[in-house]
Design a protein around this ligand. Structure first.
Ligand code: IMP
Length: 193
């Protein structure tokens, strides 16, 4: 395999993925290199289903082996929500800060701060040939949002073994341990070992 399409136009993710594959003899393309397309409806009921919807669409549309990821935050106090609806959940609030306050309120009420981030990556090599790689990082919801780095829920997530949120870490530090990195490492060893 000489090239792979990463089905994403999120520059932060693209940067992370390209960095990981930098030393490999494989060219990683991304959606920004192509004319804008109407993206498929992510109506799966799991991270892996949504990842597969995107990677199989990419393979069919561009005729290149394609991979896509789907991730989110699962909070025990919210019955493991927002989960696959993490992106939409943030949009329901006027600001990310009010979404964080809502989550922290639920955590305080239930006295349970456990949470995890999960990523599923689907690699679609050819029609009917799809492989899923998963990554998960467990931790807890912080008492207040802290930190300016990263994106999404980073300011309220403290991974196990750390005393700071993802948003207090620089990208190098976060990308060493993140859910996405764990899943990408699995895909990398599948492709190159
Ligand atoms: P996606 O499927 O990877 O685009 O993730 C969906 C949503 O989950 C994002 O819009 C974020 O709100 C949240 N999310 C996923 N990964 C992370 C992360 O590493 N940090 C913070 N939020 C994340």
């Amino acid at each position: 395999m000489k090239s792979l399409l990463f089905f994403s136009n999120n520059n932060k993710k693209i940067f992370e993925v390209k960095k990981i594959f930098n030393s490999r003899k494989i060219k990683i393309h991304d959606l920004n290199e192509f004319e804008k397309i109407k993206e498929p409806n992510e109506n799966g009921i799991s991270f892996s289903e949504n990842a597969k919807i995107k990677s199989s669409f990419g393979l069919k549309n561009f005729n290149i082996p394609c991979f896509a990821d789907d991730s989110g935050l699962c909070v025990e106090a919210l019955k493991n929500k927002p989960g696959i609806k993490s992106k939409r959940f943030l949009k329901k609030f006027n600001t990310n800060l009010s979404a964080f306050e809502y989550i922290i309120g639920k955590v305080i009420k239930s006295k349970n701060s456990r949470a995890y981030f999960k990523t599923s990556i689907c690699l679609s090599i050819k029609k009917g040939h799809h492989i899923i790689f998963e990554g998960k990082i467990s931790g807890r919801i912080s008492e207040k949002p802290i930190g300016l780095n990263g994106f999404g829920y980073d300011p309220i997530f403290i991974p196990d073994g750390y005393k700071k949120t993802f948003a207090e870490m620089n990208s190098k530090e976060k990308n060493k341990i993140s859910h996405r990195k764990i899943a990408l490492d699995k895909m990398e060893s599948f492709l190159f070992n």
